[in-house]
Design a binder for this molecule. Structure first.
Ligand code: BT5
Length: 321
């Protein structure tokens, strides 16, 4: 922990009660002038720290930012998010994650307040204004490249259940969306760097419209998208959400890595908005329509066509009809 985080930690522990500059200086073994400089830097980041002559400093409020010290404080994981890179603005956390992946440990987190070139699948754009949660995880699983699609479903279950834990009734929509009342609130972008038979690394990018007013998104998305703020009617605690999501994902990813994809699939089915629905699936090669009757062990959607035959699709764009 750096000096700045240490000061923050002490002020937090003293919970609104003044701590003198002298005491802080003694504990950290630095001068009172340095303490003052750190307080100024905290204020610049939006921490409200009151100072009073002869009494010292007290923490009044913390900013709604996904700062490293905030996310990692009380984060109960073994490796997910233990190494973290935070950006106020970046082009794309997935792009940055790809660049950093060769040098970074499994579970490294890249997070940004805004993305200027957020990406969806197949080069689509992902709008990422302030207030959302835009993050990528660098993963180094020892699995076959064929199993990568499954990771999107693992992350989808983690997001849906994290939201459920906050009283938000979200569902998974095959293959990579989380929706609330049929409107998209979260998209997942899984990218891989692999050889023929070995995965070098995987990037799981998760974008959640958290504290976003819908008019911050292009109007064409207004009808098909929603945000947690729109759903709950107020700002949610983004730091808490990220922390819980990382903890949930570590559990689910752990189950997946140990070979237990079945329990993930079972939970995916429970949260699914796609199963037992009439769907149109658009892939690069064809468009099909039918009833979504199941999801198989590869994470492929099983669609029953009108003539009774079954088709399996491993990925594509899905429209609920
Ligand atoms: C996705 O693609 O849904 C994957 C989105 C992944 C975003 C995260 S944010 C952190 C990380 N860094 C990145 O650069 N990306 C990841 P896809 O299924 O292709 O859906 C893309 C479509 O969703 C777009 O063509 C729009 O129609 C719509 N869309 C764009 N921005 C949106 C938003 N903020 N909310 C809801 N829908 C959106």
């Amino acid at each position: 922990m750096g000096h700045r985080e240490e000061i923050l930690d002490i002020l937090r522990t003293n919970d609104g009660v003044y701590t003198s500059g002298e005491e802080l200086a003694d504990i950290l073994g630095i001068s009172r002038t340095m303490i003052w400089k750190y307080i100024v830097s905290l204020r610049e980041d939006g921490f409200v720290v009151e100072s009073m002559t002869n009494r010292g400093y007290r923490l009044v409020s913390t900013p709604d930012l996904l700062l490293q010290g905030e996310v990692q404080r009380n984060l109960n994981t073994d490796f997910i998010g233990k190494q973290m890179y935070y950006f106020d603005e970046i082009d794309s956390t997935n792009r940055k994650a790809r660049e950093l992946a060769p040098e970074c440990p499994d579970g490294t987190l890249i997070i940004a307040e805004r993305q200027s070139e957020g990406r969806g699948r197949m080069g689509r754009e992902w709008y990422s204004p302030q207030g959302g949660i835009w993050l990528s995880l660098i993963l180094k699983p020892d699995i076959s490249p064929d199993h990568i699609y499954r990771l999107t479903l693992v992350a989808g279950v983690s997001v849906a259940e994290t939201l459920a834990g906050m009283g938000i009734a979200a569902q998974v929509k095959w293959p990579n969306d989380i929706i609330i009342h049929e409107k998209k609130v979260c998209g997942i972008l899984t990218e891989v760097d692999a050889e023929m038979d070995a995965v070098n690394f995987v990037i799981v990018g998760i974008g959640i419209n958290a504290n976003i007013e819908l008019d911050m998104l292009p109007s064409i998305l207004g009808v098909s998208s929603t945000s947690l703020k729109e759903y709950t009617g107020g700002d949610i605690n983004r730091v808490m959400l990220v922390r819980r999501l990382l903890e949930r994902f570590e559990q689910d990813y752990g189950a997946f890595i140990s070979g237990d994809f079945n329990s993930i699939l079972k939970r995916w089915r429970e949260h699914s908005a796609t199963l037992n629905r009439r769907v149109r699936i658009i892939t690069r090669f064809k468009t099909i329509e039918g009833e979504a009757v199941g999801i198989d062990h590869d994470g492929a959607l099983v669609v029953e066509m009108d003539d009774g035959t079954l088709e399996r699709e491993i990925t594509g764009t899905c429209v609920h009809l």
